[in-house]
Design a protein around this ligand. Structure first.
Ligand SMILES: Nc1ncnc2c1ncn2[C@@H]1O[C@H](COP(=O)(O)OP(=O)(O)OP(=O)(O)O)[C@@H](O)[C@H]1O
Length: 399
């Protein structure tokens, strides 16, 4: 229901048999809920005009023409619906716009959300349309969001198709498709608990440099346990960013021990479970760079995923003037414009495909700024309360 273009925070429905008009739902925190309207109340009159037998559209027209106070005459529903469900917090894995969803009963009552938003679900009484509010920004009124059941029904809408594309990628590595929402809880790591694994997702834009500098700032805190077959550079200390091993040693580890491994510019690199566990068990923070498809957001690793994104081509030209790119022919050469275009394009594609898996997006523009930002993101991940998947935390540990 809308008056003077302002939603009243309620929807109505007509009983097709009796023609009676009922309040269908009342949005939590909206004007109608403050006026003590309840779902199931029978609407008799609006400003003394009987509404029985009218269509909902006619009633909305009456409301739209009302000036000042609106008086409803209602027959209240005898038993009030008790919302027994505990509040649920979910993190959206998809973008959603009610204006583009043809199935929503009232687009004005819906809320728009983006991947990564945390939503407080206040009402799940309707199996198809839940009421929720976004936690980011100023606390607003609740709105309708599709329930998980409703999302499953809506396989053909545009925004759902983009979600299916995403879940296809994730399913390359996990057999379960990505759900549209995951239940999350607020969690503060105990001081004695293992640190979260820090996973930097590269898009060819300086992840190695950032990882190296992070470890260098506090070598007793940060460690990168990546075995590699390449030779150490003059400034690299074995065991800090890399373990330098022979190809035959590497190959003997390949079958069982790696989360991910591959050939990069002629050398083998890997991320092994044991090496990560070793760093974490020493009470240090383990920092790896990893392909976004590798599942590190698990109960074992508590991965905190930082996507390192390129700035604009203009900024790349400015900041990489003196930088060298290592080509696949083992030659260092200055960056070219094609390299920058490739970085920007790669960053755009990765964000579109895997954005729902990133805890933090960091733009590697000016190197020192990016280093400071990375350090503070890593500290936040370890020391501040975080929304994490509910599956990771036992009920006794939830705050
Ligand atoms: N913000 C920055 N400003 C200037 N130079 C940078 C910046 N970030 C990285 N570089 C330089 O760019 C070059 C490539 O960086 P790096 O080797 O870390 O890239 P990478 O993302 O790991 O690339 P690849 O995935 O291809 O190995 C290095 O010479 C590095 O010093």
């Amino acid at each position: 229901m809308v008056k003077n273009n302002q939603p009243l925070g309620a929807t109505i429905r007509r009983d097709e048999v009796t023609g009676e008009i009922f309040v269908a739902r009342v949005i939590h925190g909206g004007l109608a809920s403050r006026s003590l309207l309840n779902p199931g109340d029978r609407l008799m009159e609006v400003n003394q005009q009987p509404v029985g037998g009218m269509s909902p559209e006619e009633i909305i027209r009456i409301l739209a023409s009302c000036q000042g106070t609106v008086m409803f005459k209602l027959v209240p529903k005898i038993e009030k619906p008790a919302n027994q469900q505990a509040t649920l917090f979910v993190q959206a894995m998809v973008d959603y716009s009610p204006q583009q969803d043809p199935a929503i009963p009232c687009a004005e009552a819906g809320i728009q959300f983006c991947r990564g938003d945390v939503l407080e679900v206040l009402d799940q009484a309707d199996a198809l349309w839940w009421q929720a509010r976004k936690l980011r920004g100023a606390p607003g009124c609740a709105g309708l969001i599709p329930s998980i059941g409703q999302l499953k029904k809506q396989k053909e809408t545009c925004w759902w198709q983009s979600f299916r594309a995403l879940s296809w990628f994730s399913s390359c590595l996990s057999s379960a498709p990505t759900p549209p929402y995951i239940e999350v809880v607020r969690y503060q790591r105990h001081l004695q608990a293992r640190h979260r694994l820090i996973a930097l997702v590269p898009s060819g834009v300086g992840v190695n440099e950032l990882r190296r500098r992070l470890i260098e700032t506090q070598p007793k805190t940060f460690r990168g346990p990546v075995p590699t077959t390449r030779a150490p550079k003059s400034y690299e200390e074995p065991g800090q960013e890399y373990h330098f091993i022979s190809r035959s040693q590497f190959e003997s580890m390949v079958d069982s021990q790696f989360l991910e491994y591959g050939n990069h510019k002629g050398h083998l690199y890997g991320t092994s479970f044991d090496a990560i566990a070793d760093v974490l068990d020493r009470g240090m923070v383990c920092v790896v760079d990893i392909d976004p498809q590798v599942l590190v957001r698990t109960q074992e690793l508590w991965g905190y995923v930082v996507f390192v994104k390129p700035p604009s081509i203009y900024s790349l030209r400015q900041t990489r003037k003196n930088a060298q790119v290592v080509t696949s022919y083992y030659v260092n050469r200055p960056f070219k414009d094609e390299d920058f275009q490739e970085m920007v394009e790669m960053g755009r594609k990765m964000e579109a495909q895997y954005g729902h898996l990133f805890d933090c997006v960091l733009v590697n523009d000016r190197l020192l700024d990016a280093c400071v930002e990375l350090l503070s993101a890593v500290q936040r991940a370890q020391d501040e309360p975080q929304w994490v998947p509910a599956l990771w935390v036992s009920p006794a540990d939830r705050s």
